[in-house]
Write a protein that binds this ligand. Structure first.
Ligand code: CMC
Length: 390
């Protein structure tokens, strides 16, 4: 038993070599392929960021256009997916539905696929990025009982997604570029985050050589948890609960509950395994929050004010300071999504849509690594050793 290093939660284990995303948790630094997230969020759009994550370099304007055309050409999903989707209860959680839908895509893209062939890998990558918005929008439309809206490929990636979510056949959908840009920024900020739980899940699942759609479905399942991607939903629910129970006045009471370990209550949207000084994504997301609320004339949004006050109080509280707990990206992303009209239980689906490129880039990096092996952790066995029934 003493042969293996015990590292629960992989606090000090590097599971792979990677060139994709760099995080310095102490400095609050996040780089995709060497570019700071602050630079990408301001100067690039999501599809350029996808190209960068997949290929290691930013595209030239011509390459960018070809890449966008290629992705947008593949936005439709097989018509059969509708019938599969209709098998779910209408009140099923959209993340349960999305896990199933992404896994089901393996049924359409499998036979004869040889993932040692770069062209075959690219087919899976492009299709995943292209079809994810369609699947997310379909699960939303199904849950509200509205007809599915087919993709419109002459729109931008993000505008097309918003249209598939919000348009109905009854009226013309008008694209608001400020809101599109805000959602595009959410996508950029969530696109990759090195070896987090869902990415590690995708790598582990993919390490057996399984179909990439199946491996990404495993990532979606992992992302759902409230300690990971589900935090944006949990955070907004927390803010709404405080608001319902007295608002700003009740923050002190809520913080006391968080500090009481027996309560089991955490301040959602706070803390991060790696960022111990600040989360650079949270700063950008707060900015986006201002922009969206102003655009929509919601500058006095009580939930946003509550979040800012809660943040300020927590940042001055010894409990949070001593544990190096700072707001993470999800502290503000829920408010932005709610303002855009995205329902709370869809937030994690939006995260999954954005993270798909990171998952699939990491999957590609893994299976093309010369040192690639099936992931197979060991254990420190502490159960019974040999014993006998009689
Ligand atoms: N509220 C209150 N206490 C906290 C929180 C929190 N949000 N986060 C950590 N702590 C305390 C924890 O109780 C522990 O205290 P003590 O040392 O007294 O036992 C200490 O801080 C260290 O916590 P930990 O759980 O060992 O830290 P971790 O690195 O394992 O957990 C985390 C990281 C993100 C799971 C955790 O901070 C958390 O649960 N945060 C709330 C959920 C959340 O916002 N998650 C989104 C993460 S960012 C989006 C993403 O990448 O998915």
């Amino acid at each position: 038993t003493g042969k293996f290093t015990y590292d629960p939660g992989f606090m000090s284990t590097a599971s792979c070599n990677s060139k994709i995303t760099f995080i310095d948790g102490d400095k609050g630094e996040l780089l995709y392929r060497g570019y700071p997230i602050e630079d990408l969020a301001v100067n690039c759009d999501f599809l350029e960021t996808c190209y960068l994550l997949l290929n290691g370099e930013l595209p030239s304007p011509e390459v960018k256009k070809d890449f966008a055309d290629l992705v947008m050409h593949h936005t439709m999903v097989h018509e059969q997916m509708q019938f599969f989707l209709r098998g779910f209860r209408r009140d099923a959680h959209p993340m349960a539905v999305l896990t199933g839908l992404v896994g089901a895509m393996a049924a359409f893209y499998h036979d004869g696929l040889d993932y040692s062939d770069a062209r075959i890998r690219e087919i899976a990558q492009i299709r995943l990025i292209a079809k994810m918005p369609t699947l997310v929008a379909m699960s939303y439309k199904y849950s509200v009982g509205q007809p599915f809206i087919y993709p419109k490929n002459d729109l931008s990636y993000t505008a097309n997604f918003m249209r598939m979510l919000f348009a109905t056949p009854c009226e013309e959908y008008v694209v608001n570029e400020v809101l599109v840009r805000a959602l595009d920024r959410i996508f950029i900020l969530h696109a990759d985050h090195e070896q987090n739980a869902s990415t590690s899940t995708v790598r582990l699942a993919g390490s057996s050589g399984t179909n990439p759609f199946a491996a990404i479905a495993a990532g979606v399942a992992c992302l759902w948890g409230p300690a990971h991607g589900g935090a944006n939903e949990a955070c907004l629910q927390m803010l709404e609960d405080i608001q319902k129970n007295g608002g700003v006045e009740k923050i002190g009471e809520f913080i006391a509950k968080v500090k009481d370990k027996d309560s089991g209550v955490r301040l959602m949207g706070f803390g991060h395994r790696v960022y111990k000084n600040f989360d650079p994504r949270a700063k950008l997301m707060r900015e986006t929050c201002y922009e969206v609320l102003n655009e929509l004339g919601l500058g006095d949004d009580p939930l946003f004010k509550l979040a800012m006050t809660l943040e300020k109080i927590a940042l001055e509280d010894e409990y949070f300071v001593s544990r190096k707990l700072y707001p993470n990206v999800d502290f503000y992303s829920g408010i932005v999504q709610r303002a855009l009209g995205i329902p709370t239980d869809m937030f994690t689906c939006v995260f999954a849509l954005a993270r798909t490129v990171g998952w699939i880039a990491q999957w590609e990096e893994m299976i093309t690594d010369a040192e690639y092996k099936i992931g197979r952790p060991r254990q420190l066995f502490n159960g019974y050793t040999t014993r006998s029934v009689k």
